[in-house]
Design a protein around this ligand. Structure first.
Ligand code: G6P
Length: 606
């Protein structure tokens, strides 16, 4: 899985390799294990590849003198084969005539590889990508689109590919099944951009075609021709998209993650302001959906990772506001689960990127049955936002750090506001929560103002090799999110536990080498959680408490938290406390915070 890119120069004087590298920088959220770029020069395939991030590739390409018109490029998150130059894309076929980049997985690659090996085709990598590259080369008899169409009939899986051939140096071919791929023709320069994600195009406006399953595009600087799987030319319905300047910068912070943590107060204030209408919170995007909301009998929330945790934390509030059962589903399990027949389900699909393959697959498998589907997403041109009935923007602007902070907080806040919107439509008597919600930016400012204290504790706790995160009620999913943050950026093992479950097994792990981080944001369950913490203390476990009062009988390590008069919304500052704590542990340990090993911001394979 990965980010794929292509570029054809038309009237501008942009250089193809460099333009592709710019695009790859913006696609690194899809993986950064290795990067490569290729073109055709004087009838031969020219390629540059590096293991590691795009910056290394840029250094390699920097002084080249090639006059080129076309290039393709790739940034990789390894699925088949380790992190090596051989496994880096573009993959080049055994005849040295094709360069191909690929996102997705060829599921029957072993079978196809055996077939090709039996025909004497040689392989140099462990990738499934080399299999489709060699298959196309093997099937090529002078008509590349025919060879691609024939290859598509033989491959199983979901994929998007972009390729060039030495016989047609100024043409790019592209095709996709189940993975996103867009072709954009710049309205001013007529240069053509091809990418997994349009937000990686250069700043301009584009007439854009989003590839559909099994279509093949033949692209030159003057024509875009789309072929259906039967080879017939299709009408290419173009839509206009505008790409504005990519303004991501660290603004003086050492890491994007730190900067993004600090953007959360103003972001929450912006969201609350936008949603405040006539002394309540509501969503204009849903103004025509009252009938669906009134018919709603179930709410299914579908998401992965931090987005899933946002759903878990908000579940109880959504149920309280709607008096409707809410089920939070892990997208990767959803489509294989046995679902009881449920009528009138409203689906809320949460995804920062809108490109997570598990989330898209889960949504698509039940898409037709949903009364209404609502995407909470940070990317308004994503696959998810195009496929759901409604789209609620997270308004978080670009989140660069792989580990989600501000987009997660926006998801959570928007879920709370959605609950209020539903409750208004359903005319359910509820507290309006105006004051408590309006206090959220203040509560965030408060936790941010405690950064130095949290940092001090983080630096002390950084020596522990194993962590428990714990709480009760909605502080349990808050613990899950905090443990995930720590795992992602510090690579330390961390487990989240409902405090009451500790005694049913995990307490066996407690000794002086294990640190427990407790979140005491829920008044009604705090006393019980404190009893569980005493049990840990009695077994020499180290305890740090985020909460209100001091607890000298358990620990001296207590960080006071803001009291908002409402346990539900305390989840937001407590999650942010967890973000800050993890950030400073990772920093103390010298980890690569914004782009942790083995991760990708958006995982585009199932
Ligand atoms: C990846 C990221 C996580 C993120 C998850 C879901 O695993 O590393 O930070 O929470 O994907 O991403 P989404 O874009 O769907 O919210």
């Amino acid at each position: 899985m990965c980010g794929i890119y292509g570029y054809i120069q038309s009237k501008s004087n942009k250089k193809p390799l460099e333009t592709c590298l710019d695009g790859l920088q913006k696609l690194q959220y899809r993986g950064y294990d290795s990067a490569g770029v290729a073109s055709i020069h004087k009838g031969t395939v020219l390629s540059f590849k590096t293991v590691g991030k795009v910056d290394l590739l840029s250094a390699l390409v920097k002084d080249h003198k090639y006059e080129l018109n076309t290039a393709i490029a790739h940034t990789r998150w390894a699925t088949h084969g380790g992190l090596s130059a051989e496994n880096t894309h573009p993959q080049i076929d055994y005849k040295k005539s094709i360069a191909l980049v690929h996102n997705g997985i060829i599921e029957n690659y072993l079978e196809l590889k055996e077939f090709l090996l039996s025909k004497g085709v040689a392989f140099t990598s462990e990738t499934d990508t080399e299999v489709i590259t060699n298959l196309i080369a093997y099937l090529y008899k002078g008509d590349l689109k025919k060879a691609i169409a024939e290859a598509f009939k033989r491959v199983q899986g979901s994929f998007a590919i972009v390729l060039i051939h030495k016989d047609s140096p100024e043409t790019i071919f592209a095709g996709a099944r189940g993975c996103p791929l867009a072709v954009g023709i710049c309205d001013t320069s007529k240069d053509v951009y091809i990418s997994s994600d349009t937000s990686s195009f250069s700043e301009s406006s584009y007439s854009t075609y989003f590839m559909k399953n099994d279509e093949i595009a033949e692209i030159t600087s003057t024509a875009l021709t789309i072929y259906a799987s039967d080879g017939k030319v299709k009408k290419n319905d173009l839509s206009t998209i505008i790409i504005s300047k990519d303004e991501a910068s660290k603004d003086g912070y050492d890491h994007y993650m730190h900067k993004e943590i600090h953007e959360q107060s103003s972001l929450s204030a912006r969201i609350l302001k936008k949603r405040m209408l006539l002394n309540t919170f509501s969503f204009k995007e849903l103004e025509n959906d009252n009938t669906f909301i009134e018919q709603m009998e179930h709410i299914d929330v579908i998401a992965c990772g931090s987005s899933y945790h946002a759903g878990l934390i908000a579940k109880e509030f959504l149920e309280e506001m709607t008096l409707t059962p809410v089920t939070i589903h892990l997208a990767s399990e959803y489509r294989y689960a046995k679902h009881l027949e449920k009528k009138n389900t409203v689906a809320i699909i949460i995804s920062q990127s809108g490109e997570t393959a598990d989330t898209l697959a889960a949504f698509r498998c039940k898409k037709e049955s949903f009364l209404l589907s609502i995407a909470l997403c940070n990317n308004d041109t994503s696959t998810l936002t195009r496929e759901t009935h409604r789209f609620i923007p997270l308004m978080a602007k670009k989140e660069v750090s792989v580990c989600s902070t501000k987009a997660f907080t926006s998801q959570l806040l928007n879920l709370y506001l959605l609950g209020i919107h539903f409750s208004n439509v359903l005319k359910i008597e509820n507290k309006s929560y105006i004051e408590e919600l309006s206090n959220i930016p203040l509560a965030i400012d408060d936790v941010l103002s405690k950064e130095e204290i949290i940092k001090k504790y983080a630096e002390t706790y950084a020596c522990y090799p194993y962590f428990f995160f714990t709480g009760r009620g909605n502080m349990y999913p808050v613990s899950m999110e905090a443990a995930l943050k720590l795992k992602e950026i510090s690579y330390l093992p961390a487990e989240a536990l409902p405090a009451g479950e500790m005694k049913h097994g995990p307490i066996a792990l407690i000794d002086e080498n294990l640190a427990t981080i407790a979140f005491l944001g829920t008044e009604k369950t705090a006393p019980k959680t404190l009893s569980n913490l005493s049990e840990i203390k009695a077994r020499d476990g180290k305890v740090l408490i985020f909460g209100g009062d001091t607890h000298p009988e358990i620990t001296q390590d207590v960080i006071a938290m803001y009291k908002n008069g409402n346990d539900t919304f305390a989840s937001i500052p407590y999650c942010i406390a967890g973000q800050i704590f993890s950030y400073f542990i990772a920093k103390k340990l010298g980890k690569e915070i914004d782009f942790p090993r083995n991760l990708a911001k958006s995982v585009t394979v199932e």
